[in-house]
Design a binder for this molecule. Sequence first.
Ligand code: GCB
Length: 594
Amino acid sequence: MRAFYLILGVVLISIADSFAIDQNAMTNIYGRQYRSLNGKWETIIDVASEGIGRRVFQNRKPQSNSEFFEYSFDGGLRLDVPGDFNSQLPQLKYFESSVWYKKDVVVDKQSDKRYFIYFGGANYITEVYLNGELLGSHEGGFTPFQFEVTTQLKHGDNFFVVHVNNARRLDGIPSLRYDWWNYGGITRDVMLVETPQTYIHDYTIQLMPKYSKEVEVIIQLSGLQSAGKSVTISIPEVKVERQIKTDAGGQAKVSFKANLNLWSPDNPKLYDVIISTSDEKVHEKIGFRTIDTRGSEILLNGKPIFLKGINIHEEIPMREGRAYSESDAAMLLREAQKLGCNFIRFAHVSPFEKMVRMAEEMGMLTWEEIPAWQRITFDNPKTVSTGERMLKAMIARDKNRCGVIFWSIANETRPNIPGRNEALISYVELARSLDPTRLITAAFDNMRYNASTATLTLNDPVADVLDVVSINKYFGWYNPWPVSPDKLKVEIATDKPLIYSEFGSESMYGHDGDVEQAHSWGELHHEQLHRDHLLLFENIPNLRGVAPWVLFDFRSPSRLHQYYQNEWNRKGLISDKGMYKKAWYVMRDYYQKK
Ligand code: GCB
């Protein structure tokens, strides 16, 4: 009897475990058996968030003459998914509240399968309902999530209702203020995923850190049969095939040496990797490289590298909407390529998965960030754990992308924000424990200028624990040059690699202005400012990468100059209409010579 309860206990614990795992998104969604739920969804715009009280998610219809419901999706606005709602209708441009989405789905349900609804991303708080019942909720605009629907899904007719609210929140990440458009809604792909009863939930396949030829593989199954199951990993091109058995927790680990042609910007080689069990086969293109630091060098596959970078927002300026499709990714990434970049800082988020994959195929090294932008309420434990979840989800989704070399834990947060140092240091530790194969960084703007020595320094406990320190400084724009650029010394984290992760100024394409006047919003001043920074860069011994702010002019409601800005941040090297500004040529020439 005791043995029976013991076994029952183990079974219950593993069910609970697998349930917990399943709420985190499975890896490599595009390699799964799924049905896209993209397309038109019926919607209700709900400015005052009345829909919860009215139980809109039940989608009820009157059954008697006296019955009525003060809501209905029928005959209403239909919005595109994926796609932010703000850019789909002029009236929604400034909308920051609730939208209800509904989709009818007919399912041929198989009794030997499990089913999940998967969201690539929705901004900012999302509640998902199936056939009138709440499945769960998710906070955060830029990371994927899923809910298992195996028991709730019916054979035949079903309806999903999704409530997305993009109101700014003091306790959110980002918080109330940030310098980009708050595009809300179901902004990324949605799919209904079908898996076997025990399925391959997650796997990590990467070269071990430090210049090494050892590939480490960790595979996690989910389901009642996940213990003691055989799993095979193979890379046919290099004749690797290993069969391993999962442990009691459904995890299998193996490492092996392989003669791999390493991925790099000049050689973006990816291999077809296959993970399989008796029930399932998942394919993915994976590349192998190592990224390390040695003193102030960044080493890619053991060799020093300089990062010729650019900052990119997840926005298509010509459409004035959030980027989400392969053609959007191709447009943005090709422009980075034309500029001569080998490196992209995805600011300030983890962008949609197809963009990260395409960047890797093109040989771009990339930086992903959680949107911990400037003032975050780090003294609120709820906010700190939201950031942790974002970091985990970002790493979980893209840990097999060799192109991603940096996880960034924050942008321009200040040490005097209560709780900030403890929270960020804990994020660094968390990121390292989850992923030892990448470098951890953050961008700082709290540098001090010492006039007597003409030196810029940084004193920040968070910088001390990073692999690579990154600085954002707008000399010639927010701060006048304190001395001429060639006289300025930068002594920041001198024993580590330093990245100049933002610099720039605003200009209107086609308007020359006065080279001396920032307030002329002219291209001549913008161009000269970039030239001046190139002089400064020559003096920074540990500089290992630069990234101008920013590739395209982008929309931001906090830009209030009615003539030159009119809700646009004009720091793009390329205008909102796609025209190259003079500063673009300065950077293109610099990158060609580097
Ligand atoms: C920054 C921020 C970035 C802004 C930029 C600006 O330091 O990191 O998000 O858009 O400056 O233009 O002020």
